[in-house]
Design a binder for this molecule. Structure first.
Ligand code: FES
Length: 116
């Protein structure tokens, strides 16, 4: 489950970058965005907004090209499936999607690109 991070605005601006707006989740419940060399898949599941890398660890295909179905993303290129709750690949267990920490403020979604 995504972690909600509370910090002052100055600290937030140093750590997080804007990746989109809540409104962009409608109507599909997901979108992907390139930000500073990061291809990020943002989605809402069970009311929680989360973000994973959109780059498949298999050969780099777009994990979020297709609509999430029954809690799973299916990569466009070779159909590996990923659990939307964990990012774990269900087809090849050595693969897992990176999750980005998010901060939401005033309907804007920010992600921490640099891993802590
Ligand atoms: S690149 Fe995603 S399944 Fe092969």
């Amino acid at each position: 489950m995504a972690e909600t991070i509370f910090m002052d605005e100055a600290e937030a601006l140093n750590c997080f970058v804007k990746i989109g707006y809540i409104s962009e989740l409608e109507p599909a419940g997901q979108f992907s965005r390139w930000v500073s060399n990061h291809d990020i898949l943002v989605f809402r599941r069970n009311g929680v907004i989360r973000a994973f890398s959109n780059v498949c660890p298999h050969f780099g295909g777009p994990v979020g090209y297709h609509q999430m179905t029954e809690g799973k993303f299916t990569c466009l290129w070779h159909n590996l499936q990923f659990d939307a709750d964990t990012g774990q690949c269900l087809s090849v267990t050595k693969f897992k999607l990176r999750e980005y920490k998010l901060m939401i403020k005033d309907e804007i979604i920010f992600a921490r690109l640099v891993e802590a």
